[in-house]
Design a protein around this ligand. Structure first.
Ligand code: C5P
Length: 217
């Protein structure tokens, strides 16, 4: 079974995807990691995410193992990593180079504790439209800009990172605009995606709703 969960930053995709993977015994692939890996690869080599040829080269050389290694960088999950990912992900050649790696994961999916499983929950921006257009269930999870920025701000604080709400709001808005307006795989729901606005819903309410959709299938 393949489930795709797309939507803007901090809509709650990751939490939902992890809970679904646990409940239905599926692997989880957070596809934002592939773009964060390229962004952090550049930054850690003293380059900027605006360096097009370096980003394309990094994407060509990216592997699953290298991505996991780069994810240990303290900036990987920070807003710096998110902004870098958003910039490199707008480059068509970067997306093209990273596509197969994401698709191949579905052939031999492995859960977080190393067990072979028979399906994947993908989370990202284009997983229902580009990565897995034939997915069994496609979800598009969204929430208002303000709610998402507040969730991300609290997440940073909980992780002990410094954060100013107004900055997170501005960065989330900037990422939304870049992700939605890029020519290559812009953020949009697949035609057959189920759209859920989580602005006024708790994680448990979203999870229960999605479980009912999956069980109904
Ligand atoms: O989800 P996350 O915040 O880790 O994603 C970082 C960035 O990677 C996003 O802002 C987006 O630009 C890009 N991305 C993408 N396609 C995906 C996943 C993430 O373009 N499938």
């Amino acid at each position: 079974m393949i489930i795709t969960i797309d939507g803007p930053a901090a809509a709650g995709k990751g939490t939902l995807a992890q809970k679904l993977a646990d409940k239905y015994n599926l692997a989880y692939f957070d596809t934002g990691m592939v773009y964060r890996a390229v962004g952090i690869d550049l930054i850690s080599h003293g380059l900027t995410p605006d360096d097009v040829s370096a980003a394309e080269q990094s994407a060509k050389e990216m592997s699953f193992a290298k991505m996991i290694e780069l994810s240990k960088n303290p900036d990987f999950r920070s807003s710096l990593g998110g902004q870098a990912a958003s910039k490199v992900s707008a480059l068509p050649k970067v997306r093209e180079a990273l596509l197969k790696m994401q698709q191949d994961f579905a052939y031999t999916p492995v859960s977080s504790d190393g067990k072979a499983v028979c399906g994947v929950v993908y989370d990202g921006r284009d997983t229902g439209t580009v990565v897995c257009p034939n997915a069994d269930i496609k979800l598009f999870i969204t929430a208002s800009l303000e709610v998402r920025a507040l969730r991300r701000h609290k997440e940073y604080l909980q992780k002990g990172m410094s954060s100013v709400y107004e900055d997170v709001l501005a960065q989330t808005k900037e990422r939304d605009e870049r992700d939605s307006s890029r020519a290559s795989a812009p953020l949009k729901p697949a035609d057959d995606a189920i759209i859920i606005d989580t602005s006024n819903m708790s994680i448990d309410e979203v999870f229960d709703k999605v479980c009912r959709i999956i069980d109904g299938k």
